[in-house]
Ligand binder design. Structure first.
Ligand code: HEM
Length: 142
């Protein structure tokens, strides 16, 4: 599976705005995640205080390398390892996805059109599938 040309175009068009607002978006994302999905809170119990920056960095890197995903593979490996050590499971992905998309929407307002929103959902699911697959392999090795 790969992302469609339309999706890549939409992600590229929104990358500057998302990057510019990355910290705001991630702060909002955690607010939504922890209030609507409190069961995820314990996973972040030992989170470093620069976690916001890391997630913002991952979103920005993902966005800017959307059509060159090999560049992201070392980052995917590191994310998967961290996720496995903090016990992230596939059930958590829709929770983070919903919180992230709503956070982008709240932050960008009307600039985040339906078309852009659909592209981000598709891209999140795409990256999520790659991460879940790698995480499943790592869990199986334990
Ligand atoms: C496509 C989806 C996701 C992306 C791009 C992503 C990205 C990241 C990144 C970049 C890190 C830092 C890794 C490191 O440098 O060690 C991280 C850590 C983490 N992520 Fe995710 N993540 C995603 C989904 C999830 C989900 C579904 C959960 C579950 C609630 C989650 C929970 C965590 C936790 C608990 C940490 C460790 C926090 C810390 O110790 O600082 N992530 N993630």
């Amino acid at each position: 599976m790969s992302l469609s040309t339309e999706t890549i175009k939409s992600i590229k068009e929104t990358t500057p705005l998302v990057q510019k607002n990355a910290e705001k978006i991630t702060t909002r994302m955690y607010k939504i995640l922890f209030s609507d999905y409190p069961q995820t809170k314990e996973l972040f119990a030992n989170a470093e205080k620069d976690q916001h920056k890391k997630l913002a960095g991952a979103i920005a890197a993902f966005a800017s390398n959307i059509d060159n995903l090999e560049v992201l593979f070392p980052a995917v490996q590191k994310m998967a390892q961290t996720h496995v050590s903090t016990k992230v499971l596939p059930i958590h992905y829709p929770m983070v996805g919903d919180s992230l998309i709503r956070a982008i929407s709240d932050t960008l307002g009307d600039a985040f059109t339906t078309e852009y929103k659909e592209a981000w959902i598709e891209a999140y699911n795409f990256l999520g599938d790659i991460l879940m697959k790698r995480e499943q392999e790592l869990y199986a090795q334990k």
